[in-house]
Ligand binder design. Structure first.
Ligand code: GLN
Length: 539
């Protein structure tokens, strides 16, 4: 087994996550058994309670971990599911150490960063492995941050162990100075010095740049950073992120890495056919479909990363370019709604928390419903569709969710218990906020002859959840009388999972997050069907 560590320097947001994922794609396409894991330097125990404004989307795995959005990239590129033990944060590491200290596990020793924290990091790196050929470890943050130091020290120790084979890839940024008309390599040199300070010499340097990198700059980086010239790999911008694996391969990243790990690459030929076919489809999108996404975190696109990708996947499958119009729900009202949504071929209300922007989202659902525009509600989006229909069709004027108003007629309310496997999970209003939701993969049963059944083409589905509130099943028959069917339920029949309309062209709300399971080589059927129906409006 070999380890590949990927660190970042010079600036944050270089796209290390996509780089790690693309590298894994290349290795997988050579038939290696690969896995990617992430170490994040922040002190939150997990990203579950972090604001999407700051940290982007919280990605949920099948086994219910709330993780960094990079795990989403990993799954989309490798087409394999991540799990709880694929990511860890400094917060979790320290909390493990402190827990052991309180348990007396350290037998009275003075607890220090070296060796106790670094040992904990090493045991994560070395632990829970499954006979993979190559395990890629992405180190979050930027070299030089105080928080990254224990990670670098742990990596130094691992690389110092003769029995472990590893490679270290350092990703940096090469800025272009227009006044000098030159690409500048100095920040890269400094960031490699920073790594050397921690006792680590990189094997490969990947250079992010907005412009092609000239041979002279490559030679300079090779000379000053003590890395062979063919191990300085340009990482240029791509038209589509799904082009990144082929781009890296063109510059020889996979070959050089495998050479470092002493593989005979002739034995592992590269087959990028499925990705090349995907790129052909991407470059051959004949139509354009505009989807209005009415949300709260529309300023930071990363907040809806998986959704963004799932819509694109749906578009690729339908030969149409999906243009997403991000609409700030807080600014949406009856007066401007036609102007804002009139040009959209479909309307989607994504998941979310808290009362802000709720009015605008409900208005957009009403607009979609009254004008028979394809509507897709995800998690909170489904709950709000239930509220909108309850208020405007069933005429329950004060219908609401107890998340927003506690003494209303709650068509959506706090779930107090549900079953997971054989055990009953319980929550109430006093439960802690972190890690207490209905999280991860749960089964749902679909009604035969329903629209949702025709989309999935099966009666039992498995989808990922992340919510605290639930549609109140008491209202099911009232909805049915008006043509709104709960066509998917939890297997015990207690929790509504899917709402669909018999009266509309495409009006579906789901309590789960299908976007988390959509992959470019295996697009999610709900997104494929949604985009197909939006597209047919015009073409
Ligand atoms: N806020 C809602 C709940 O907790 C919806 C959550 C979501 O959209 N992910 O149930």
């Amino acid at each position: 087994m070999h380890y590949v560590f990927i660190t970042g320097g010079v600036a944050s947001s270089l796209g290390k996550g996509i780089a790690s994922a693309a590298l894994a794609t290349l290795l997988k396409s050579r038939k290696f058994k690969v896995r990617i894991r992430k170490l994040d330097p922040y002190l939150n125990v997990d990203p579950g309670t972090m604001s999407p404004y700051q940290h982007g989307e919280v990605y949920v795995t099948d086994d219910g971990a709330e993780t960094d959005l990079d795990l989403g990239h990993y799954e989309r590129f490798t087409n394999q599911s991540a799990n709880k033990s694929d990511s860890i944060s400094s917060g979790k590491i320290y909390s493990n150490v402190l827990h052991k200290e309180r348990q007396g596990d350290y037998l009275g020793a003075t607890i220090q960063v070296i060796p106790h924290v670094t040992n904990e990091i090493k045991s994560f790196i070395n632990g829970d492995l499954n006979k993979e050929n190559i395990v890629i470890y992405e180190i979050g943050g930027t070299v030089g941050d105080i928080e990254s130091l224990p990670f670098l020290e742990a990596i130094r120790q691992i690389r110092n162990n003769r029995n472990i084979s590893s490679a270290l890839i350092h990703m940096t940024y090469i800025p272009y100075l227009s006044s000098a008309g030159e690409l500048k390599t100095k920040p890269t040199q400094h960031s490699v010095k920073e790594l050397l300070n921690a006792g680590i010499q990189p094997d490969i340097i990947m250079c992010r740049s907005e412009r092609g990198i000239d041979d002279e700059s490559i030679s300079k980086i090779s000379l000053f950073c003590n890395v062979k010239k063919d191990s300085v790999i340009p990482a240029l911008n791509a038209n589509s992120i799904y082009e990144v694996p082929s781009l890296y391969s063109k510059y020889g990243l996979d070959k050089i890495l495998l050479k470092h790990l002493s593989y005979n690459i002739k034995k592992y030929p590269l087959n990028l056919k499925p990705w090349q076919n995907l790129l052909k489809k991407i470059n051959n999108q004949k139509f354009k479909t505009t989807i209005g996404v009415v949300g709260k975190y529309t300023n930071l696109k990363d907040s809806y990363k998986s959704l963004n990708e799932a819509l694109i996947h749906g578009g690729i499958e339908n030969s149409t370019k999906v243009e997403i119009k991000w609409i700030n729900a807080e600014k949406l009202n009856k007066k401007n709604i036609t102007k804002q949504l009139g040009t959209c071929d479909g309307i989607l209300v994504p998941g979310g928390f808290g009362h802000r922007g709720i009015g605008g989202k409900i208005e957009s659902i009403r607009y979609a419903r009254e004008n028979n525009i394809p509507f897709f509600g995800i998690c909170l989006g489904m709950q709000l569709a239930v509220i909108e229909i309850a208020r405007n069709v069933l005429k329950i004027k004060n219908a609401d969710s107890s998340e927003f108003k506690s003494n209303s007629r709650s068509v959506v309310g706090l779930m107090t218990e549900w079953t997971k496997g054989n055990k009953i999970e319980k929550r109430n209003k006093d439960s802690a906020k972190g890690g207490t939701m209905r999280l991860g993969s749960y089964k749902a049963k679909l009604m035969k002859n329903s629209k949702i059944f025709s989309i999935y083409k099966k009666s039992t589905i498995d989808e990922r959840h992340r919510h605290r509130y639930e549609v109140n099943a008491k209202f099911i028959s009232k909805f049915r009388q008006k043509g709104y069917i709960f066509s998917g339920m939890s297997p015990d029949g207690l929790l509504p999972e899917v709402l669909e309309s018999e009266l509309h062209k495409w009006f579906i709300g789901v309590q789960f997050h299908p976007e988390l399971k959509s992959r470019p080589l295996d697009p999610h059927p709900l997104f494929v069907s949604f985009i197909k129906n939006c597209k047919n409006d015009k073409h």
